[in-house]
Design a protein around this ligand. Structure first.
Ligand SMILES: [Fe+2]
Length: 162
């Protein structure tokens, strides 16, 4: 998903136009990964069975609600930077850093997978925080930093359930 400077809204920002385009692009990748993680977390919420059902069902509910809110925040940050948000589920799947399919196995395998996925998305964001800092895009750096914390916590909670 390339964001071109010519497609950006004109605005008086101290963030350079080329940097706004760059950050919109990185946030687009983040949006894609977060969307896929949201759907994947919901899949586990729906399909989990066994003795851990209640705890995993509740844990994943809180996590996908948090992911849904963050999807909105990320998309709206892209708009605030003057760019258009990427659209289409196929775009998200193609651009996501994690695979959209859950490999069904026992509950342990699913939780491990989801735990790893949370970390993979957090690690992608960590790279982008550095770029946001260089661009002096403090709000994006802040937003992504907060998301890294939430995803790392989610990863821990999923693995601690094992
Ligand atoms: Fe539910």
């Amino acid at each position: 998903m390339t964001v071109k400077t010519k497609d950006l809204r004109e605005m008086k920002s101290d963030i350079k136009k080329t940097d706004r385009a760059k950050m919109a692009e990185k946030l687009g990748a983040t949006l894609a990964s977060t969307y896929v993680l949201y759907q994947k977390t919901q899949s586990v919420h729906w399909n989990v069975t066994g003795p851990l059902f209640v705890s995993v069902h509740k844990l994943t509910e809180g996590q996908y609600e948090d992911l849904a809110a963050s999807i909105d925040a990320i998309a709206e940050r892209i708009r605030a930077l003057g760019a258009k948000t990427p659209v289409g589920l196929s775009t998200y799947i193609n651009e996501s850093v994690i695979d959209d399919q859950v490999e069904w196995g026992d509950v342990e395998a699913m939780l491990k997978q989801l735990s790893d996925d949370n970390l993979a998305v957090a690690n992608q964001m960590r790279e982008f925080v550095k770029i946001a800092d260089e661009a002096d895009d403090v709000f994006t750096a802040d937003l992504l930093t907060a998301r890294i914390g939430a995803l790392e916590e989610a990863s821990w909670m999923l693995s601690a359930s094992l």
